[in-house]
Each structure stands twice: as structure tokens, then as C-alpha cells.
Ligand binder design. Structure first.
Ligand code: GAP
Length: 547
């Protein structure tokens, strides 16, 4: 039931986003382009405000972080050095009956979830014990993990009950099979053993959700980068890629920025920009897109200080999220047990979307991998001379800095913000049925900060309202509306998250006061026109989020 309500809520958010001009399907009149979206008039405002919040928090509030804007096209060698040409692949498999293509690991993950669903039959205590045990297994070496598999798969095994206090649970058989599959899948992915992935799909009887058959092709690697030709003529011109992440634009500019900005370690370089990935399974609206935007920051530190800064950014980034007023329990960290080859620590910040906890942001301790790779591929030194003194009183000298990366998807943050703000309120009384749809956006993020309404279209009220609008519009994004009854106008602004509505009435002409209505409480108060800028300014100030 809860699932159904969540699905319903998600659908409502998507249709609300379209109805009010936040997000449209790209090229909709041609039936759309899959996993590509356009931001409408209010979506563009909200998106810009999220960007500003991030930029202010990361760049303006840190004396040692600067922002850049690097090009989408980069030298093809960049992607060779970064590992994307050889390693940015998804293992794909086709079902021969439905002709549908799937990510092999996602098919297996769904199977794992199905087997783990039996955990719901465990007692709370045993569930926790199992989860601790699972973490312990996944933290072992590859050989250590592999050694456990036969026991997990044997349905009639005699496992020592002191090791598994939950052994008597009837569902244990399924759960341990889930763990075996999780371990086997991880090992196959790590060794890029595609035949093994196919075997797992067959052995665990994974079927195509469309054809319901297990008539599968082999698993093949599919690179996620989009490529195109550079230069006027296709022949003889170089293949270039649309960047799959903004981070590499920062790495290749590391020395340019460090030298021209006289930056001293530790320091950061931030940027916001488009990234492109040919996602095979694109779904859940703007959650997984083929063209999307990232807000990334690479923080360059002295080797050995990386763990400390990783912890710092982990905490700082979660604070950035919760400062918006989101309930803290909606967020959680997901520490990676298995790390990418270049990372020595990684965590995701996950948000509870209607379809479950999903990653919004990644914080990665990337060691000196990227700069070292670029040093090797370009033949240019990527080193920093640190003349601070170490414990022995000698300069730290030359080194390739270590990097902590914070990487958040702007579109995912946008979706999170819409979902979190969307509320359908029942305002019915004994006498009357009533309701409203509300976007409870933080005032600093709201597309319009203030709506100005003349009570009626006559008696000079529109002129007075325009006069107010003309003074406020320099500081705030305002909207003027005179059509429809005042109640209807209020509801429309509630639905797009406008925190304040100002109504000009006949009294305004006499004493220069207006009513100001507050979106969330719907309370109205009479205030002097001269005080409006101050009242609105205080509510929408970035200081509320950043101080
Ligand atoms: N430079 C590191 C990097 O790109 P990532 O985990 O692949 O790491 C970072 O991506 C963030 O970018 C994710 O947490 C997510 O919010 C966003 N992201 C990644 N792929 C996306 C997609 N296809 N559509 C929308 N957002 C995406």
C-alpha cells in the first residue's frame, strides 16, 4: 500500500512539474527523446537557484575554493588517461524473445533484492545480525569472499549455528542465496568476467520482465560515452567525446588555476556543467538522464591528509543538504565497501525518493590517481611545490596532490527538491470541501519570491500594484497577476512555491499599506509598502542557509 502511495506521489510530482512549467520531455511534439528533458520557465529559475546555493556554499564561502567553467569537448587523450575509454562500460545483455536490452548487473541486483526481501521475515535482532555479517563478508579480500560462496549456495549445508544465530529462520535459505549472488556478482564485475555474469543470470533463473523467458544473448561491454567527429570532414578527423563528467576539466586545469590564482594547498576547484552518458537503462524521470548537469569540486590536499579531508567534506556536504530544512532521516550515507581502483574511500549521500533510498551525491577520496594519469599521458608535470615545513622542519617539497571530490547531480537535486516540497493539503471544513497543492520550497530556492496582485482590475489598483512591482523587481524575481479571483491567484502561487503574495486594495491607495500573505501558514498581515523589501529580503536571504 505504501508502495502504491509512493508511486502515486511520484506520478503527481511529474505531472505537476509539467503542468506548471518546471520540466518538459525534450522534443515532446515529436514524441520525445528518451531520457532527455527540458527545463521550463519555472524549472530554469529553480535550477539556477539550486546552482547559486551550491556555488555560494562551495566557492564564495570558502577562501580556498575557486570556480571554473571548462569546455565540454576535451582532447581525446583525456579520456584515455582518466580510464573512461577502456573502463566506462556497462555490461549489457539482450533477451532474444523481447529484444529488450538490460544491464546485466541490474538484472542481478533485482534478483538479489528479491532474495533479500525474505529478510522481512527475520526478527529485527536477527536482521541486524545478518546485516553486520553481510558487511563483514563484503569487506573480505576477493579470495576470502569466494571461499564463502559454496556454503551459501548449498541448501542442505550443515552450517555452524553459533556463527549464524539466525540459522533457524525459515527464510535463511533465500537470504544466504542472495548473499552468494551478491558476492559472485561483485567478483565477476571486478574481474570483468562477462561469461560469469551470463552464467549467474542463467543459474539464478533470471527472466526478462517483458517476455518472461530466459532466452539471453551473451553479455557485452557497452561504453557509455557519446562520441562525435571533430573538424569539418568526418574522414581524417579525430573522434572526440562529450564529457561524461565535469571533473576531468578541473584536473587538466589544476596547474593553470594553482599558478594563476596563487593557490596554496589545501585548495579546491569547483565547476557546474553538463555531462553526457549514453545510459542504456534510463528511467525515473530526471533521475537518470543521457544529458545532465553536475556540480563538482575537487579538493587538492597533501598526501596523508586525505582521510581527514574526506571526513570533513562528508560532513560538510550533508550539512548543505539538511540546511534546506529536509528531515534528516530522509538522508543517509552509503559507505562503499568495494572501492573503485583509484579510490581509497568513497561514500554516497542518499535521499529517500518515493522509489527508495538513492544516490544524490558522491564523495570520493581519489588519491593522486587522476593527476598522475594526466602527468603520464601528457608528459607534463602535475606537481605542486609545498614550502610549508614538515615535522622535521624541512619543506614538504614537490608532490602530486591527493584529491577529495564532491560530486552532486543537479537534476537529481532538483528532483529531490520538488519531491520534498510537494504537498497536497486537505483544507476541508464542515461546510466546504477544499484542498490545495503546495510547493513548500525554501524561500531562497523559490522561482518567484513574490507575487503582486491588485484586488480588482479597476480604481487605479493595477497602477499601484505595478508601482510596487517596479521597485521590488530589481532585488527579487516577481510576478504580477490580475486575472481570476484572489483565492485562485493565491492557490496558483502556492502550487509553484511563491513564499509571498502581496495584495493591493483600496486602503493601499489611502495609507500605502498592503496585505502580505505567507505561503505555508496562509496567514495575512497588513504592512507598509515601504517595509516590503526588508520583510522579503530577510526571508529569502542566502544567509539563512549559509551562515
Ligand atoms: N566525477 C565523479 C562522478 O561523475 P558519479 O557517481 O558517476 O561520479 C556523480 O556521478 C553524480 O552525478 C551522481 O551522484 C548523480 O547525482 C549524478 N549523475 C550521474 N549519472 C547521472 C545520470 N545519468 N543522470 C542524472 N544524474 C546523474
Amino acid at each position: 500500500m505504501a508502495q502504491k502511495n509512493n508511486d502515486e506521489q511520484f506520478k503527481n510530482v511529474i505531472s505537476h512539474a509539467k503542468e506548471y512549467g518546471f520540466v518538459f520531455q525534450s522534443s515532446e511534439i515529436y514524441d520525445g527523446l528518451s531520457a532527455v528533458y527540458d527545463y521550463g520557465q519555472l524549472g530554469a529559475e529553480l535550477k539556477n537557484n539550486i546552482k547559486s546555493y551550491w556555488w555560494k556554499a562551495m566557492v564564495q564561502m570558502h577562501e580556498n575554493i575557486v570556480g571554473i567553467d571548462s569546455a565540454i569537448f576535451m582532447h581525446p587523450k583525456v579520456w584515455k588517461a582518466s580510464g573512461h575509454v577502456d573502463g566506462f562500460n556497462d555490461p549489457m545483455i539482450d533477451n532474444k524473445d523481447s529484444n529488450k536490452r538490460y544491464r546485466a548487473d541490474q538484472l542481478l541486483e533485482n534478483k538479489i533484492d528479491e532474495l533479500y526481501a525474505e529478510l522481512n521475515n527475520f526478527s529485527t535482532d536477527n536482521k541486524t545480525k545478518f546485516q553486520e555479517f553481510q558487511q563483514e563478508i563484503l569487506g573480505l579480500s576477493d579470495e576470502g569472499q569466494a571461499a564463502w560462496i559454496p556454503g551459501f549456495k548449498d541448501e542442505n549445508d550443515i552450517l555452524e549455528s553459533e556463527k549464524y544465530p539466525f540459522i533457524n529462520e525459515a527464510s535463511w535459505r533465500f537470504v544466504k542465496k542472495g548473499l552468494a549472488l551478491e558476492v559472485e556478482m561483485n567478483l565477476a564485475l571486478k574481474s570483468e568476467n562477462l561469461a560469469q555474469l551470463k552464467d549467474l543470470i542463467v543459474d539464478y533463473k533470471v527472466i526478462c520482465p517483458i517476455s518472461k523467458t530466459s532466452n539471453w544473448t551473451d553479455v557485452r561491454q557497452f561504453n557509455l560515452m557519446f562520441s562525435t567527429q571533430f573538424g569539418a570532414m568526418a574522414e581524417g578527423s579525430d573522434e572526440v567525446y562529450l564529457r561524461p563528467e565535469t571533473a576531468q576539466g578541473i584536473f587538466v586545469n589544476f596547474l593553470n588555476v594553482q599558478k594563476s590564482g596563487r593557490m596554496k594547498i589545501p585548495f579546491g576547484i569547483a565547476q557546474i556543467g553538463k555531462a553526457f552518458r549514453n545510459e542504456v537503462i534510463a528511467r525515473q524521470f530526471i533521475m537518470r538522464m543521457r544529458e545532465f548537469e553536475q556540480m563538482e569540486m575537487q579538493f587538492f590536499v597533501r598526501p596523508g591528509d586525505d582521510k581527514k579531508w574526506f571526513e570533513y567534506w562528508k560532513e560538510a556536504r550533508l550539512k548543505w543538504h539538511t540546511a534546506l530544512g529536509t528531515a534528516p532521516e530522509k538522508y543517509r550515507y552509503h559507505d562503499h565497501v568495494k572501492l573503485a581502483h583509484y579510490a581509497n574511500a568513497a561514500t554516497d549521500i542518499e535521499f529517500e525518493f518515493p522509489f527508495g533510498f538513492k544516490e544524490v551525491e558522491g564523495i570520493h577520496s581519489r588519491t593522486d590517481f587522476d593527476l598522475t594519469q594526466h602527468q603520464e599521458f601528457s608528459g607534463k608535470k602535475m606537481q605542486y611545490f609545498d614550502n610549508d615545513l614538515n615535522e622535521d622542519g624541512k619543506p614538504y617539497g614537490n608532490y602530486v596532490p591527493y584529491v577529495i571530490e564532491t560530486s552532486i547531480g543537479l537534476d537529481r537535486m532538483f528532483l529531490l527538491t520538488m519531491i520534498n516540497a510537494f504537498e497536497e493539503q486537505d483544507l476541508s471544513t464542515e461546510d466546504k470541501q477544499d484542498s490545495r497543492t503546495l510547493l513548500r520550497l525554501h524561500p531562497a530556492l523559490a522561482p518567484y519570491k513574490v507575487a503582486v496582485f491588485p484586488l480588482t482590475k479597476k480604481d487605479g489598483l493595477p497602477d499601484k500594484a505595478r508601482e510596487i512591482m517596479d521597485t521590488l523587481k530589481f532585488d527579487f524575481n516577481c510576478i504580477y497577476e490580475e486575472k481570476d479571483a484572489i483565492g485562485k491567484r493565491y492557490r496558483r502561487q502556492d502550487a509553484v512555491g511563491t513564499p509571498f503574495c502581496i495584495t493591493v486594495d483600496h486602503q493601499s491607495l489611502e495609507d500605502n499599506t498592503v496585505t502580505i500573505r505567507h505561503r505555508d501558514s496562509m496567514e495575512q498581515e497588513r504592512v507598509a509598502i515601504a517595509d516590503l523589501a526588508d520583510i522579503i529580503g530577510k526571508a529569502v536571504s542566502w544567509k539563512n542557509l549559509l551562515a
